[in-house]
Every structure is written in C-alpha cells, then in structure tokens.
Write a protein that binds this ligand. Structure first.
Ligand SMILES: C[S@@+](CC[C@H](N)C(=O)[O-])C[C@H]1O[C@@H](n2cnc3c(N)ncnc32)[C@H](O)[C@@H]1O
Length: 285
C-alpha cells in the first residue's frame, strides 16, 4: 500500500489496543473487535509488540481498558437503537472502527464514517488490503469538526437528517477545543428528535484517580509530540450543562467502573477501571 501521508496515529494505537485485548487479556472479553488486527495490516505487529511484551504495564492496561470499555458502552446502546428501528449510524472520528465490516447488525444499517480525508484515504486502502467487505452500506464522509460543516457534509453523503440516527464519537473530544466540541454538539442537537449520541471525554485533573492522572500525563505528552494534542477536559456537571444547551438530554454519564456490566470487571488479568474518562449517552429532545 502506498500513501504519501499516514493515518491518524491515535486511530492506529486505539485499534491496536482493541486488537491486543483479544490477545493478551483473559476472559471475560469486554469487547471483541475481531477485525482490528487484520485492518491494521503492517502496523499491527509493531504496535501489538508493546502489549505482548509488557501486558501489565499500567499505561497499556489503561489504554486497553479505555478503548474496550467505550466500545462496549457504545455498541450495546447502538444495538438497542437498531432493534428499535434506527438505521443510520454516524461514527464521528471513525478512525479504524470496524463496525460496518464486523457486526451482523451493520447489514441493516447505513454507517457513515466521518474523519479527516487523509485517514479515510488510508482506511479505504487498508480495507481493500485486508480483504474486508462491508456488511451493509458503509459511507465515508470527509469532514473536519473544526470547520463546522458536519451536517452539510453528512447530507451530501446521503444522510437523511429528517430521520433519527445513532451517533458515536469515541476517543475524539479530547483532541478538540471546547469551541469545536460545542459546534459538534450543536450540529448533533439539531438532528431529528430521538437521535442518540454516545461519546467520551476526559475528566478534569482533580477528578482523576492516580492511574488516570499518570495515563493523562504520559499519553497526552506523546499525543502532542505526534501532532494530536489533548485540548479539553470536563467536569460531568459542566458537560451536562453543555449538552442541555444544545438540546441534548443526558440519558447516562458513567465512569469506566459504571459503564459496563460489573461482572466484566471481575478479572484475573491486569485490566481495571480507572477515573480518567467519562462516557456520556444523550438524546435529542
Ligand atoms: C483516537 S482516534 C479514535 C478513532 C475511533 N473512534 C476509535 O475509537 O478507535 C481519533 C480519531 O478522530 C479523528 N479526528 C480528530 N480530530 C478530528 C477533526 N477535527 N475532524 C475529523 N476527525 C478528527 C482522527 O483522525 C482519528 O481518526
């Protein structure tokens, strides 16, 4: 595969953490992204080597806990929405998300994958290299949350804004300014009534525990070096007010311990919940 510019580095590391969960962690699995390793292609081995070599390292266990927890939280709610008849799924900052290629539910869903053009170009080639086929309709949408054209870009790709959608926005808000986050919430809040949004955000420093603080310090420094600096953190009350101001009613806010079935945290491996990020589920009024 030849591309002049690579995909988002954080998208690669998130996919590698999902792939590594199936390799280095014990049962019960929190989330099974069975295509992540395949989609990573040549990037898989170097990234998986970190997890294989130091599976108990606190930064790597936190990374795996964070990505599998948010995917479980989101796809559990997505499945409920699809079973209620929602057939438009918008993945904001899709990166290497594999839902459209992996899950039987995708067959009846139009999945809009929104990301920067360069990451999408890379992903198109990676999907072809990995021999993956979409289960239903997977529609790439090139859009930049900092440019405030999200709904127009979606509509141009065939999104029907008169009907409700399920929107996920995972592992992205921390890379955006408060202004870009507000603009994106505004755009989602203006979609059809009944539209649901699931996303995660980083807790302010005073609300993190020791593991969350260590992770934030070290990972945000690396992200800044690779051109994707963390730009935002929130207190849950502040986030609830921000959501309400954009016509979004909070259905749930959960930290990692609360976000998934408690039985999944009864583990023999090193994965454990930390206070680093919150998951939010909101609905358009
Ligand atoms: C950490 S990755 C998460 C990818 C995926 N959601 C996951 O959980 O694996 C963040 C993604 O957001 C995208 N992203 C960040 N800022 C963006 C922006 N301003 N506009 C569009 N996409 C953006 C990046 O390109 C990257 O693919």
């Amino acid at each position: 595969m030849t591309v002049d510019q690579g995909p988002s580095r954080t998208a690669l590391t998130a996919a590698a953490a999902r792939a590594a969960h199936l390799i280095v962690d014990a049962e019960p699995r929190i989330f099974a992204d069975t295509l992540a390793e395949q989609l990573l292609g040549e990037h898989a081995e170097p990234l998986l080597a970190y997890h294989r070599g130091q599976s108990d390292h606190p930064i790597l266990t936190s990374a795996r806990a964070q990505v599998v927890c948010r995917s479980n939280f989101s796809e559990t709610r997505l499945a409920r929405a699809v079973n209620r008849g929602v057939d438009q799924y918008v993945i904001l900052g899709a990166g290497l998300d594999t839902f459209g290629y992996r899950d039987d539910l995708a067959a009846g869903v139009r999945t809009f994958e929104v990301d920067h053009e360069v990451t999408q170009r890379w992903k198109r080639l990676a999907v072809a290299d990995a021999g993956l086929s979409p289960r239903g309709d997977v529609v790439p949408v090139a859009s930049d949350f900092a440019r405030d054209h999200l709904v127009a870009d979606l509509e141009q790709a065939g999104f029907d804004r008169r009907r409700p959608a399920f929107v996920s926005w995972l592992g992205v808000s921390m890379y955006l300014s408060r202004g870009s986050i507000a603009a994106t919430l505004h755009a989602v809040g203006a979609l059809a009534s009944g539209t649901e949004l699931v996303f995660d955000y980083i807790l302010t420093d005073d609300l993190r525990d020791d593991v969350g603080r260590l992770y934030a310090e070290q990972v945000s420094a690396v992200a800044a070096q690779t051109g994707e600096p963390w730009q935002s953190a929130f207190d849950p009350d502040d986030m609830s007010r921000l959501l309400a101001s954009h016509s979004l009613t909070v259905e749930a806010q959960a930290d990692q311990a609360q976000a998934i079935d408690a039985a999944l945290w009864k583990r023999t491996d090193a994965l454990a919940p930390s206070r680093l990020a919150m998951l939010a589920h909101a609905k358009v009024d």
